[in-house]
Design a protein around this ligand. Sequence first.
Ligand SMILES: [Zn+2]
Length: 150
Amino acid sequence: MKFRNIGDLPFDAFTLISASAYKTPGREACGVLVGSIVNDTALVYQARPIKNISENDDSFVMDPTEYLAAIMDTDFYSDTPKYTLLGIYHTHPDFPGYPSLIDWNAAESGNVIRGMYLIFTTHGNSLHSYYWDGDKFIVLKRTQYGSSAS
Ligand SMILES: [Zn+2]
């Protein structure tokens, strides 16, 4: 694992994610998360929305062109990155905030990058933080922004 903790999201990143869950009622929204890793804590600086091109409303597939544009200044793509690509987020309109069977299937078929996996659910307007390690989802511990944790 590249990190075990997640710092508090900046207000605008959280707002962007939560608003996207309501903008397309009944259909999932998705995007990538960029930031940095300090000690064992991932710090999200930006949430970057990406068009969901899935044929089904209760799953997500990121538009490849928008995905590429969103990761160009990260360590996944650039030799001189501005940000670390921490992972992805998606929304669960009217579905709980744990990985669904569809999410498990997508992850196990290798369609999810190893790293942060955030799910925002309209149930309680809450953000659930996981780490996909290539094998399973692990709950990330929340820490104070910028602080180190063991
Ligand atoms: Zn899901």
